[in-house]
Ligand binder design. Structure first.
Ligand SMILES: C[S@@+](CC[C@H](N)C(=O)[O-])C[C@H]1O[C@@H](n2cnc3c(N)ncnc32)[C@H](O)[C@@H]1O
Length: 481
């Protein structure tokens, strides 16, 4: 099998120097096999098709790696396709010694994977002796993360184990982290599998995994996203949360990702539902292939797809759960300038005590001290329907020096109202730091903005992950005066 001796290599004219995978130190006690979840045949065939591991091509002179083989859910179909490729090209099976490599930590599973490879090879015409020699060379009992370092691959395909950090012995976890720097924070073991796979790819090589998809959005996936966007192209992402992908129930939300060592082009983003299982994998993969799908118009049941022409940058999260929304967002970004170019983006006024500062009573204080508010539910229908809420406004319309708070002496009803709630208002952090301004809201009101046209965006509260009462509810609609 091909070995590389260099310690660094560069990608083809793209952004980053890729360092050849390290040869990590090993723990004294080998890791225990965990994260055992077997993949269903239709998903395996789909992944192989998407990766381009197709029998009609020359698979003999390529290197395909299965990093966590289990009983051989991927290895079996890979051997079948390799044998078929030999038949098509009229080449002997003995030419395939350096075409496949599979790793499995668990000896019993590795044995089953070897036996499966032998059965397929014998069925394909190999003598038992040749079949056994090939299978013994292809399937290694060992830790992919410690052993794959110096091998270059055209394909790395599989379903890596999902193992939480706390389930890995400390010494082993430390060595994994040393070897695979994308495994940061509370990263699951599969992050290291992605990194190891990506780093062993030859130019043009592809990593096709079905795996938990949390890394695409969360903090611990940031380094891995950065690695991907700096030197690879994301070809396909298929959210599989509702598809029946595994032999057993799995406590994780999986996705298929196809990532190639080449410059980023268009990406097909898709979601597959339960019906997808009943479509032929070849039809599915054609519908998901960036180039092949261009000519296709018929929608397939259970599959929603969109093509995205620009991918995310740096370590930005990949919010891929809705292909249509993502594609629309990209089209809007391409066609229109940013909102900030022609508008000011604001989040309204935080009060520190909504029950005192927000009212529906139009007679509570002087009417010039009540400012109409748009609440989140006022725009729930898409059209603004004011629910009658006001802000009890302590800010002057013409601030001169200092804070810009009104002189309570000029507004006796406002003074009485605030005095009634003085204890609660003075307890707020903003008041503790400013005893003279104890009746201020946390944010200042800019009255000049009240009469300006506004675009209310309810989802902003979702984006910022704040409880509903703190954002849009404080948006001013217009001055009551
Ligand atoms: C999610 S299962 C996938 C098995 C098979 N590829 C499939 O899709 O059905 C992951 C497999 O990885 C193996 N495994 C766990 N850690 C490993 C490691 N560090 N190196 C190699 N295999 C590992 C487990 O024993 C398990 O069989």
């Amino acid at each position: 099998m091909p070995q590389i001796e260099t310690t660094a290599r560069t990608t083809r004219g793209i952004q980053q120097t890729l360092f050849a995978p390290p040869v990590p130190a090993r723990p004294e006690a080998p890791a225990e096999a965990k994260g055992v979840v077997y993949t269903k045949r239709w998903v395996v065939e789909l992944l192989l098709d998407l990766a381009g591991y197709r029998a009609e091509t020359n698979l003999i002179d390529t290197m395909a790696v299965e990093p966590s083989a289990g009983d051989g859910a991927f290895l079996g179909p890979m051997v079948e396709r390799l044998a078929e490729s030999c038949r098509t090209l009229n080449r002997p099976l003995s030419d395939c010694a350096a075409s496949l490599l599979a790793y499995e930590l668990d000896e019993e599973s590795a044995g089953k994977a070897r036996a499966l490879a032998v059965r397929i090879l014998v069925k394909s015409g190999a003598t038992r002796a040749l079949a056994e020699t090939l299978a013994a060379g292809w399937v290694r009992t060992g830790d992919y993360l410690f052993e794959s370092g110096r091998i270059e691959a055209d394909f790395v395909i599989g379903n890596p184990p999902y193992i939480r950090l706390e389930e890995i012995p400390e010494e082993t976890a430390m060595l994994y982290r040393d070897a695979w720097p994308a495994m940061r924070g509370r990263a699951d073991l599969y992050v290291a599998f992605f990194e190891a796979a990506l780093r062993q790819l030859r130019p043009g090589g592809v990593c096709a995994f079905i795996c938990a998809d949390r890394w695409m959005r969360n903090q611990y996936g940031a380094q891995l996203r950065n690695l991907v966007t700096s030197a690879y192209g994301v070809e396909v992402v298929v959210e599989m949360h509702n598809a029946d992908a595994f032999a057993d129930e799995v406590d994780a939300y999986p996705a298929i990702t196809v990532i190639r060592r080449q410059t980023q082009g268009s990406t097909v983003v898709a979601t597959a539902g339960p019906e997808a299982e009943h479509i032929s994998p070849r039809m599915l993969s054609d519908a998901l292939h960036p180039a092949r799908r261009r000519g296709q118009s018929a929608a397939l049941p259970g599959l929603r797809t969109a093509v995205v022409d620009t991918w995310f940058k740096g370590s930005d999260p990949w919010p891929c759960h809705s292909p249509e929304q993502l594609a629309l967002l990209r089209r809007l970004e391409d066609r229109f300038p940013k909102l900030e170019v022609n508008a000011r983006v604001g989040i309204g006024v935080a009060t520190g005590n909504d029950s005192v500062f927000i009212t529906k009573n139009p007679n509570l204080v002087e009417s010039s001290r009540l400012l109409r508010l748009a609440m989140a539910k006022d725009i729930a229908t898409g059209t603004l329907e004011w629910s009658g809420h006001y802000l009890v406004d302590p800010w002057t319309c013409r601030p001169r020096n200092g804070e810009g708070l009104v002189d309570l002496g000029k507004y006796p009803r406002l003074r009485a109202y605030f005095a009634e709630h003085a204890t609660a208002l003075k307890k707020r952090h903003t008041a503790v730091n400013n005893l003279n301004g104890w009746y201020k809201t946390i944010d200042r009101v800019t009255h000049a903005l009240a009469a300006k046209p506004k675009l209310y965006i309810a989802d902003i509260k979702v984006l910022w992950n704040k409880p509903s009462s703190h954002l849009l509810e404080n948006y001013r609609l217009e001055a009551a005066a």
